[in-house]
Design a protein around this ligand. Structure first.
Ligand SMILES: *[C@@H]1O[C@H](CO)[C@@H](O)[C@H](O)[C@H]1NC(C)=O
Ligand SMILES: *[C@@H]1O[C@H](CO)[C@@H](O)[C@H](O)[C@H]1NC(C)=O
Length: 506
């Protein structure tokens, strides 16, 4: 892609510009706000645990992964993959987060299972805890801490309601429909609530064919998201674009306020979002940090980096840091489920794929601790999945590429897949498993698996695997590290490291 741009004589964005997407990863349903010098970004992650990721930035361009508002999805057995149920695409969706200066408290709110949950924390990095539930569903909630320190929430789809919260912000004082939409403005959702200069605004997403174009080639148009001002009074709109199979990625643009009080995005020819904009005029209080870069995680502990989210809540008795005081990192994953279905297996550890194309390399060791029937490896995980892994059959390990794992439209498994190719695991107690994932525009939207016995020479196995680009599962593809039993519990593997490298998209 870069070569093409250069040959057209276009100037590539420098690091000092806004280059869309701002983060090349799946962070949907974003809410954004500022506390002094610091910007916070709250997103949804549905069935992944912990829930409701939080990012932090000092310049709106470079983002760090700070943590999560929901330490555990404690909303029923299905969130633990127990009782035969699952919570695929349930959990956190369009939600809201704000800071209340008078109490020094961060508030997160979102509707889960028809009830609105409130989580609070003294610091955005935590510790977060459940503070209350409100018995109505604030659909696509947008919170406002008003200038007189009252908490309000705008919510709804189609008609829009505002709830005024109790003085502690934990229950509803009263609510009122503020926009019944009986003049048929089209389907509305995604409320965000602001009070610049003493005027109340509710921003909504209107589901119509948009002429706003897209700043990310061949992805959808920017929608939902929120607006935020900088310390010196400039305003920005951070939205997301649907860009499957990668997921929903954030884009940023400056906005200006017209004399009649309405905000406008700086468009090309009045119709198209730009790929790049001048960097915000901000003096960051610290050197900005971009955590969405290639790199290696050695799992040094004592906690997992927030980049890792489990598929449903984990069984924490079945994994541990390997660290034994000798400076080695790594994780031990004990099998946590007996199943032949990756989608119902507990303790799959996932990480967002960096777009437009990246390779995840998993270094596994202690393969001799696997039990008969165990499967451990690296998946490209979504409602249509594939994996490369180690299959233990009768005490012998082989390398397997298994494809065709499929969910039906109710997100129950309709196929556990079948082995497409295999290779013997010759000697050694360790293996490197790699998944190339081309998920963004300008790519072929396929996966390709390979393995190595020495961490240097990689051998492709199984040919390319198509990645499904439909939107209904909402979450994009992820790298997923798994270890499950098909016969009985007791086996384990060690995760030594996980590396992400960018792939060329030409
Ligand atoms: C804050 O302002 C709103 C709107 O004027 C008013 O309804 C509300 O009672 C005020 N709350 C407090 C705590 O003063
Ligand atoms: C993608 O997955 C959906 C189900 O989630 C399925 O209906 C559709 O046929 C799949 N598309 C392809 C190209 O396999």
């Amino acid at each position: 892609m870069k070569a093409t741009l250069m040959s057209l004589g276009l100037v590539l964005p420098s690091a000092a510009q806004i280059a869309n997407p701002v983060i090349w990863a799946d962070f949907a349903d974003l809410d954004i706000f500022r506390v002094d010098d610091t910007f916070y970004y709250s997103a949804s992650n549905m069935h992944y645990s912990p829930g409701a990721p939080i990012l932090r930035s000092w310049d709106l361009i470079n983002w760090q992964f700070l943590g999560h508002s929901i330490p555990e999805l404690s909303f029923g057995p299905e969130y633990y993959l127990e009782g035969g149920g699952n919570a695929y695409i349930a959990g956190t969706w369009a939600s809201t987060m704000r800071y209340r200066e008078s109490t020094g408290t961060f508030h997160w709110m979102g509707c889960i299972g028809g009830v609105t949950y409130v989580y609070t924390a003294p610091d955005a990095a935590g510790p977060w805890g459940q503070a209350s539930t409100i018995p109505s569903c604030y659909y696509d909630a947008g919170m406002l801490v008003s200038s007189n320190d009252t908490l309000y929430v705008a919510y709804g789809n189609n008609g829009i309601t505002v709830a005024e919260l109790s003085p502690d912000g934990l229950s509803e004082a009263r609510s009122q429909v503020v926009y019944p939409n009986d003049d048929d403005a089209g389907y509305l959702e995604g409320s965000r609530f602001y009070e610049p200069d003493g005027i109340f605004y509710i921003f909504l997403r209107r589901l119509l064919i948009s002429d706003a174009g897209t700043p990310v080639e061949s992805c959808g148009y920017p929608h939902q998201g929120g607006i935020v001002d900088t310390a010196n009074g400039d305003w920005y709109y951070m939205a997301f674009v649907d860009c499957y199979p990668a997921g929903r990625v954030p884009v940023l643009a400056p906005i200006t306020w017209a004399d009649d009080g309405w905000p406008f995005v700086d468009l090309v020819d009045g119709a198209l979002w730009r790929e790049t904009y001048d960097a915000p005029n901000i003096e960051p209080p610290q050197t900005p940090i971009n955590e969405f870069e290639p790199g290696t995680d050695l799992f040094m502990g004592p906690a997992l980096s927030p980049h890792w989210e489990w598929n449903h809540n984990p069984d924490n008795s079945k994994w541990a840091f390997r660290s034994n005081g000798d400076g080695d990192g790594g994780l031990t994953l004990h099998t946590a489920s007996v199943t032949d279905d990756l989608y119902t297996a507990k303790n799959t550890l996932t990480r967002r794929i960096l777009g437009p194309a990246s390779a995840g390399t998993l270094h596994l060791s202690s393969l001799s601790c696997m039990a008969d029937g165990d499967r451990a490896g690296l998946s490209l995980l979504r409602q249509s999945s594939a994996w490369i892994g180690i299959v233990n059959q009768g005490g012998t390990n082989r390398i397997s590429v298994t494809t065709g794992l499929e969910m039906g439209t109710d997100w129950d498994t309709i196929s556990t897949g079948s082995e497409l190719a295999s290779a013997p695991l010759v000697g050694g107690d360790q293996v490197w498993l790699r998944a190339d994932a081309a998920v963004g525009p300008g790519t072929v939207k396929t996966g390709q698996f390979s393995y190595s016995l020495d961490g240097v020479e990689f051998v492709e196995l199984g040919g390319s695997v198509a990645l499904n680009s439909t939107w209904e599962f909402f979450m994009g593809y992820r790298f997923g590290i798994f270890n499950y039993a098909t016969a009985e519990l007791g086996g384990s593997v060690d995760v030594v490291s996980f590396d992400i490298a960018m792939l060329a998209t030409d």
